[in-house]
Design a protein around this ligand. Structure first.
Ligand code: GLA
Length: 703
């Protein structure tokens, strides 16, 4: 809902439980007023009437209060916008008009010297508390005017009122150890997270949360924001001298220049979304999850199938017969989607060759993929394949034909990682090639699923011959989005997974075009709990692919763990199996079948329920996650290690009706809702690496 006050110069956006307010001063400064509990227009008008802090030497009253701090004039904060034209930097803008259409507010400003229109967009939907913000920049000049260089064009700035203490939560990591949660106090100055790698990165996810140091999982005020962009990015959080905090974020990692806008051209930034709650980090996550399920992830109401992926079992030693054997074993377990990973195409018998040549390897699949796909379908499963379209090996037909299609600087080394180079998707000819190859591939066999990988970062993002080669950073991502969008439209039955050596490209941008993500190449079930804990801060279980692999964990830390622990860990998201089933014993296959059957029973609750993190992993003890959907609730609990004599704490469940009874569907035990909520569920876990699933259903009112 959008309300207007203050003689048409104040806007109040309200969602389910929160409001966001801003106003224009008489001098056309656009100031932030409120981001918190719901307000009325008179409340916001009263706020707007409060005087700005008194002028203090060497400080600007605007700093920390502007909705979109531009470069230049009376400001010293990090600008959201930095524009250069004909040697002149900075922006002086005047308000032009506001417009409301549905739940979107648009505020248009104009800089006459630069012929630049700046439109700030806000959208807050009635069904939640996420505010989507983005900015459109348009060169309104005539063909004779100089182009505008967007040195920096952030999506939005978020302002928090002065406080004695601000604590920042963010997600960091590395390959095979993504999305670790860090929580640290902000001191005066700037904290910058981001990626200069050309993709979202394993190192940081574009999400932050800020509280006053007292919020817990279930209580306290939390402001958080997340950027919907899959290329290089930056979020800068600044705590100013007066205790206010301002956060700017957007595409690109520095101010070296994103794009040139010719007269008539526009750039629309990615969305930088924000969410406020006063019910703790858990409610913040549930708010983000609900918004993604309702408005970001395509077809999110559908359940994701249990998949089998052959990568850890076979690596590059792929053959049709071996895939058929694995498929038969997988089908016997109740798997619903069978995915052939790397090694099926071109001359791809190792990571040294073949990327770029997207036709089946004639020795391995002499009749193409269709016979295998048909067999997989005959076994009652869907069929999927792995691709890595943005990459090329130097040893490939594609590179031999088009060495100029890769990102490179003239006269400089073409850096290889994993023996591969990055194609320049900003080039229309590269996109046309990939579109033709992938469209043909998806038409050549009944393929239902594509794991879209991206296994190295940008290192030499040059584009010889282009007048403004650094636009590649933005245009590569736009090219990727365009390609994915076209493929989805042409093949609506195909689901896509975003992978980048595990979790190197997970963000709200790619999730608008994919059905799930590969969370991490680390499939160790214990390591995975920490990764999943961080992941759940922003993203829902419905997109979090997790596989059960072999023990010891051959591709990772070699840890030995029981099949039950491995399954319960992977059941916290979209369950998959990635072990070498030909080596599993009959007993293991039977046990696995039971776990898959149990997962299918709890799947609607896990994938679409509200998630409560009951106890975080780490510390060596008990951790647990609960999901609630309608009458049903599921608890997954893991015990890392038990010290002798140390009791396991009961798990106090959330989101239950204290006046109802809940039946454990496995044992028939009936629990009272009040007891589960206030005293807890005893897990009975013991020893090392133990785990359990509790599936409860509300049965009756208790007297
Ligand atoms: C990446 C992925 C893996 C696998 C390999 C194949 O590392 O994350 O799951 O697909 O590539 O080369």
């Amino acid at each position: 809902m959008i309300e207007i006050g203050g003689n048409g110069r104040l806007w109040l956006l309200s969602g389910r439980r929160s409001s966001y307010a801003l106003h224009l001063t008489d001098e056309d400064a656009l100031l932030h007023l409120h981001w918190g509990p719901r307000l009325t227009v008179p409340d916001a008008e009263a706020l707007a009437a409060e005087p700005l802090p008194a002028e203090r030497g060497f400080e600007s009253p605007l700093d920390g209060r502007e909705e979109y701090p531009v470069e230049g004039g009376p400001r010293f904060v990090r600008p959201a916008l930095s524009v250069r034209a004909a040697g002149v930097r900075g922006t002086e803008w005047r308000f032009q008009e506001s417009a409301v259409s549905g739940d979107e507010l648009r505020l248009r400003f104009h800089d006459p010297l630069h012929h630049l229109d700046i439109t700030l967009h806000y959208r807050m939907r009635d069904d939640g508390d996420v505010i989507e913000r983005w900015t459109t920049l348009t060169h309104t000049g005539t063909p004779d005017d100089a182009p505008l260089e967007l040195l920096r064009a952030d999506s939005a700035a978020w302002s928090l009122p002065a406080g004695e203490r601000h604590r920042l939560s963010h997600l960091y990591g590395r390959w095979a150890a993504e999305s670790r949660l860090a929580r640290t106090d902000l001191t005066p100055g700037e904290k910058v997270i981001g990626s200069r790698r050309g993709h979202t990165s394993h190192q940081h996810l574009p999400w932050i949360a800020i509280d006053d140091g007292t919020a817990t999982e279930e209580s306290g005020e939390v402001h958080s924001c997340a950027l919907a962009w899959s290329g290089s990015w930056r979020i800068a959080v600044q705590r100013l001298a007066d205790g206010t905090v301002q956060t700017v974020g957007g595409a690109g990692h520095d101010e070296a220049g994103l794009l040139l806008l010719a007269p008539g051209e526009s750039f629309t930034t990615p969305v930088f979304a924000g969410l406020w709650t006063q019910r703790g980090f858990g409610a913040a996550s549930r708010g983000w999850h609900a918004w993604q399920l309702a408005h970001v992830i395509p077809g999110a109401h559908q359940e994701r199938p249990v998949l089998y992926n052959s990568w850890e079992a076979t690596e590059f030693e792929v053959s049709e017969e071996q895939q058929r054997s694995l498929a038969r074993l997988a089908a016997g377990l109740g798997v619903e989607l069978f995915v052939v990973d790397d090694g099926w195409f071109g001359s791809r018998t190792s990571d040294r060759a073949g990327l770029g040549d997207w036709t089946p390897n004639p020795d391995r699949f002499p009749q193409g993929l269709k016979p295998l796909a048909d067999e997989v379908h005959g076994l009652g499963m869907r069929f999927g394949i792995w691709v890595e379209p943005e990459m090329v090996n130097a040893d490939s037909d594609l590179y031999r034909a088009h060495p100029d299609w890769v990102q490179h600087h003239p006269g400089r080394t073409r850096t290889e990682f994993r023996n591969q180079l990055v194609l320049n998707l900003a080039r229309p000819d590269v996109r046309a090639y990939l579109w033709e190859r992938l469209d043909t591939l998806l038409s050549s066999a009944p393929i239902d699923y594509v794991k879209w990988d991206f296994n190295r970062s940008f290192t030499d993002p040059g584009w010889p011959g282009d007048p403004y080669p650094q636009r590649l950073g933005i245009e590569h991502v736009r090219g990727l989005y365009d390609l994915l969008g076209r493929l989805r439209a042409a093949h609506p039955g195909v689901a896509f997974e975003s992978c980048s050596g595990g979790g190197g490209r997970i963000d709200l941008g790619i999730l608008g075009l994919t059905d799930q993500v590969w969370t991490s190449d680390n499939t160790d079930p214990l390591d995975r709990l920490a990764i999943q804990h961080g992941f759940s801060q922003l993203h829902p279980a419905r997109v979090m692919a997790a596989w059960v692999t072999d023990s010891p964990n051959v591709m990772g830390n070699q840890r030995t763990s029981g099949l039950g622990f491995r399954f319960v860990s992977a059941m916290a998201g979209v369950l998959g199996i990635g072990g070498d089933l030909t080596k599993w014993s009959e007993a293991e296959l039977t046990e696995a079948r039971d776990w898959v059957a149990l997962y299918k029973r709890i799947r609607p609750v896990v994938q679409h329920g509200e998630q409560y993190r009951l106890r975080p992993p780490g510390g060596g003890g008990l951790s647990a996650v609960q999901y609630v959907r309608g009458e049903e609730t599921v608890v997954l609990a893991w015990l890392h290690a038990q010290s002798y004599g140390e009791p396991q704490p009961p798990l106090r469940l959330r989101g239950l009706d204290p006046d109802s009874a809940y039946e454990d569907l496995a044992t028939g035990t009936v629990h009272r809702g009040a007891v589960l909520s206030h005293h807890g569920l005893r897990t009975g876990l013991r020893g090392d690496l133990d785990a359990a699933v509790f599936h409860l259903r509300r049965t009756e009112q208790v007297g």
